[in-house]
Write a protein that binds this ligand. Structure first.
Ligand code: SAH
Length: 377
């Protein structure tokens, strides 16, 4: 009689599959982080990192196969563990004034927008930093969506790469980077996604990337006071503040952030802001009819801003259906501007670009709140 030990029976239950290794989003890495990835994860020599980085951020490569000076073996190695997360052009709307609004679809089925604004002396891109926005300003269309998610550094810079490609194609240009200026005034609150903004700026300002000068980048905020301080310490680009009111009572009504950091706290942060030589802080002031556009508002504004080096951009309100605010007429806007100018405040009425395609300030929300196709939230 043979003995069969129970312990010798083969294991027939399938083993659980190992969790797939997390794939690396290479276009979201700073040059420093990419260097770690290349040397430590891939076991390659460090000089490969700037090579890959230049493909990604100077040439805007969207696949590893384009990187023709890397060996086939290295490209395969990259493909096995890393992705270049795509931003796919979904809609392009052209305004009669030359402005083009692009809507992009993200890999997880969200929609974001960027607005290209060419003029005689510059080509500016208005960049988004979040899907939606948590700030809930009462006059802003994006504010009605709520925050869906932060954009990754890769998704922030991909808007720039994609529009550079479009401009080269549309305008028959050879230059790798036809865009000259960037404004972070698209969907979202940039300082509410500070870490990703910072990494994106490091890429956009890198000599091995698009190499934008700090003088040609402006970040606009509703006024997240503690982040303004960090922004001043940790970046060197220009600051714009969306003030939009001359009293706390007014500002509380339209900008909920003001209940946390009021005008005094905001202006205090501006006074402490480390300004580079000759630089000023831009204040944006959306002119809303009968709400914040009276002579008294202009005089209060002068008083508020008197000891800060400022430039004021007056933005005629772009009406959004259902929000109940109306635009200040041209004549009133000009009178308002003149009061500021008489008191030595540099004030400009901003041209309203892209209104006919809902690409103007505060109008970016198209389908941005659509649920992703896979049902994720
Ligand atoms: N969240 C940041 C970045 C967005 S910038 C910020 O608020 O600064 C968008 C600019 O457009 C802000 O100055 C905002 O006050 C302004 N804005 C919002 N809705 C607007 C509208 N309907 N018409 C004109 N400007 C608007």
């Amino acid at each position: 009689m043979s003995e069969t030990s129970a312990t010798s029976l083969p294991v027939t239950e399938p083993l659980p599959a190992p969790a797939p290794a997390k794939r690396v989003d290479v276009a979201s890495l700073s040059l420093e982080a990419l260097t770690c990835f290349v040397t430590e994860t891939l076991g390659e020599r460090a000089f490969r990192a700037p090579q890959i980085y230049r493909w990604l951020h100077q040439r805007g490569a969207t696949s590893f196969d384009e990187m023709t000076d890397l060996s086939k073996a290295l490209r395969e190695k990259l493909k096995a563990v890393a992705d270049i997360v795509p931003l796919v052009k979904d809609v392009e709307l052209r305004s009669i004034d030359g402005t083009i609004k692009y809507r992009w679809k993200t890999h997880d089925g969200r929609y974001i927008e960027s607005v290209y604004m060419p003029s005689e002396d510059r080509k500016t891109l208005c960049v988004s930093t979040q899907v939606g926005c948590a700030m809930a300003c009462g006059f802003c269309m994006t504010g009605t969506m709520g925050l869906k998610r932060n954009l990754t550094p890769g998704e922030i810079v991909a808007q720039v790469h994609a529009v550079n490609r479009e401009v080269r194609k549309n305008e028959g240009l050879e230059t790798l980077r036809p865009l000259s200026n960037l404004v972070f005034m698209g969907m979202g609150e940039p300082l509410h996604n500070f870490e990703n903004l910072k990494t994106a700026l490091s890429i956009l300002q890198s000599e091995d990337g698009p190499n934008f000068s700090h003088r040609h980048i402006t970040v606009s905020t509703v006024g997240l006071v503690p982040m303004i301080e960090r922004f001043g310490q940790e970046t060197d680009v220009k600051l714009a503040i969306s003030l939009n009111a001359s009293t706390d009572e007014q500002r509380n009504k339209t900008m909920p952030v003001n209940r946390k950091w009021n005008i005094a706290a905001l202006l205090d942060a501006c006074r402490k802001f480390p300004l580079r030589q000759g630089r000023r802080i831009t204040f944006e002031y959306v002119l809303i009819k009968g709400f914040n556009d009276a002579d008294e508002d202009a005089h209060r504004l002068i008083e508020l801003l008197k000891d800060i080096p400022v430039k004021v951009n007056l933005i005629p309100y772009n009406e959004n259906p259902g929000l109940g605010f109306h635009t200040t007429g041209e004549e009133r806007a000009e009178q308002f501007r003149a009061i500021l100018a008489d008191h030595h405040i540099a004030a400009y009425i901003r041209k309203n670009r892209g209104r006919d395609i809902a690409g103007a300030c505060g109008q970016l929300a198209n389908r941005g709140d659509a649920a992703p196709a896979d049902g994720a939230t």
